[in-house]
Design a binder for this molecule. Structure first.
Ligand SMILES: [Zn+2]
Length: 327
């Protein structure tokens, strides 16, 4: 990929710089409009909050924020563009849909794979609605313990579109399961394994699973730092250290899956993720820089390793020329 579309233009892979690969500016679970007793969404406040957070990230040297909000989770690329312009941080957005049990499944459930592929290609090459903003990659998502028929269908479409356009794929997994199946489905459609970032692999501290994904040639996302209701960060740190010590530093990406603002004006329990702020005090997009990197450095992770994880790996993932396994 010579040029990566951003929500405000485009950049070359080497211009990504320090990158957080999985964070969200604005999210709304399907049906958020139905909560008529929640406080009303205030766009100006959300824009100000998103801008503040991204400016804080810029102070940590972050140049790019990858927001893999699927189409059915309240994706608003004009909101992203405004925050990017105000904060000076580049944002890359995605096309694609969420997992079956929390997504909007009716339309894609009815459409054939060929037409879903065509929709993805349109958002990647022409743009999203009339905004002129192009998606830079495709988001796919699966639940657990298995990949549903609906999820398999949209992953197949995503694989075809990614192979056609030559863009990467970023994934959501539940409980760090089915990442290997995601790789199988996508590579069967012609996506090289090194264009796949298997997200939320930190849902379990299972080194064999992590290593298997990396050995298949894909990137492994330890990208929910701070969501300690799902897994304590101490376990995530152990997982990351095991990968670094096993020689897989070139295969891992770290992020938080943080959410700056929500269409729904109050936190609710949606079944898979607890969003009560007091239970997850460290869930912010600066948490890794403030609290996690000092611990990793204390365990012997070098500045050069940290540079590989936050700068080199995202660049290589978007360039798509070589596998992290080749050195
Ligand atoms: Zn996410």
């Amino acid at each position: 990929m010579d040029w990566i579309p951003t929500v405000t233009g485009r950049c070359r892979p080497e211009e990504l710089g320090k990158t957080l690969v999985h964070e969200h500016l604005l999210v709304g679970y399907p049906g958020w409009q139905m909560d008529k007793i929640a406080p009303k969404f205030k766009r100006d406040e959300a824009l100000a909050r998103g801008t503040d957070r991204l400016q804080e990230l810029r102070d940590y040297g972050v140049a790019t924020f990858l927001d893999p909000c699927p189409m059915d989770l309240g994706r608003d690329v004009e909101f992203m563009a405004e925050v990017s312009q105000r904060s000076g941080v580049q944002i890359v957005c995605t096309t694609g849909v969420y997992k079956e049990n929390e997504g909007l499944t009716y339309v894609f459930g009815a459409l054939p794979v060929e037409e879903i592929t065509e929709i993805y290609v349109k958002e990647l090459t022409e743009g999203i609605d009339d905004t002129g903003i192009r998606a830079g990659l495709i988001k796919v998502a699966t639940g657990a313990p298995e990949v549903s028929a609906y999820e398999r269908k949209v992953l197949t479409a995503a694989g075809r579109a990614a192979a056609q356009v030559g863009c990467p794929v970023i994934t959501h997994t539940d409980d760090a399961r089915c990442g290997d199946e995601q790789i199988e489905i996508l590579t069967a459609q012609g996506v090289p394994a090194h264009r796949i970032l298997v997200g939320h692999s930190d849902g379990r501290n299972d080194h064999d699973y992590h290593r298997g994904l990396a050995e298949a040639g894909s990137y492994v996302g330890f990208d929910r730092f701070g969501i300690e209701t799902l897994q304590p960060d101490s376990e995530r740190i152990k997982s990351v250290l095991a990968m670094v010590q096993a020689g897989f530093t070139r295969s891992i990406c770290l992020s938080h899956d943080s959410i700056c603002a929500s269409w729904l004006g109050r936190p609710i329990f949606n079944g898979s993720i607890v969003l009560q702020p007091e239970q997850i005090p460290f869930w912010s997009p600066t948490h890794i820089f403030e609290n996690v990197l000092p611990k990793l450095r204390g365990e012997g992770v070098s500045e050069s390793d940290i540079d590989t994880i936050f700068v080199e790996n995202p660049r290589r993932y978007f360039e798509g020329q070589v596998s992290p396994l080749s050195s």
